[in-house]
Design a protein around this ligand. Sequence first.
Ligand code: BMA
Length: 317
Amino acid sequence: MSRKRPGRDLLHRWSRNPIITLADVPFRCNTVFNGTPLKLNGEYVMIVRVEGQQGYSFFALARSRDGLHFEVDKTPCMTPAEVEPWKSIEENGIEDPRLTVIEGEYYIAYTAVSGAGYAIALAHTRDFERFERIAVVSEPGNKDGVLFPEKINGLYARLDRPFGRGIGAIWLSYSPDLVNWGRSEMVIAPRPRYWDSFRIGASAPPIRTERGWMEIYHGVKMTASGPIYRIGTVMLDIENPAKVVGRCLAPVLSPREEYERVGDVGNVVFACGAVVESDGEVKVYYGAADTSICVATAELDELIESCFESNGEDEAM
Ligand code: BMA
């Protein structure tokens, strides 16, 4: 389907969105959103962010056979830590999980919220029942941490979004052990004039493609009535992901449907992960208006192409 049809997005929403709402959560809570999926032995698991009625967030596990119909487990899978050193750093909740498989192990990068602000933390699971914390890997003032699914030149790698001077850009860091991080550099900045002019952040863990690491990210534009969160694509060099080799001009998904426009935080589509199917379909899971979880799809080739829209082509807008 051509993306040039007015009002259409490259990502196609499933007609029965949203796929997980409050009504699907078997315990009392306020909202469910921003889920991170994984396809495991033909079935899907998704760690979802739940905001409790008391106001802070924690995680639950949802399971599905087809990636469209999910059942949420009866109890949360990970709640803010009750023991130090994590207790203080997670006292206001845990948010926005991102699942990455590295060498067959399941890692979750997430946002730990304390009185000092947002920090990035890492946890690990083998069975999606027990989750062990690894380390808090940033100072407060950083979020949207995602791990690459492979070591790069022998080192673990991550993208994140420090808040330096209020400019929300995406940075890259490396680590020999997932605990100690460094060699940090800025990789992708917001673009004046564009839909991602206010701030940006990594969304899904990077996907290896024949043209580089494809990152599905979120971009924010500030308007008179508040921010609008959209989803875009950027391609990073395989050997040196500090090098941007292509970036979409137009977003691949913008809030348009009522469930994306209206909710606890309106005008938000916010992905935390995607599944690449063996036939080349990519299922992008995203939170809608911080109130429910939806899915939208595109062919991997189309998403790759979107990173290489040439500048000056107004028809891409
Ligand atoms: C971001 C994160 C997301 C949220 C989005 C829109 O900064 O906090 O969890 O979905 O804002 O509110």
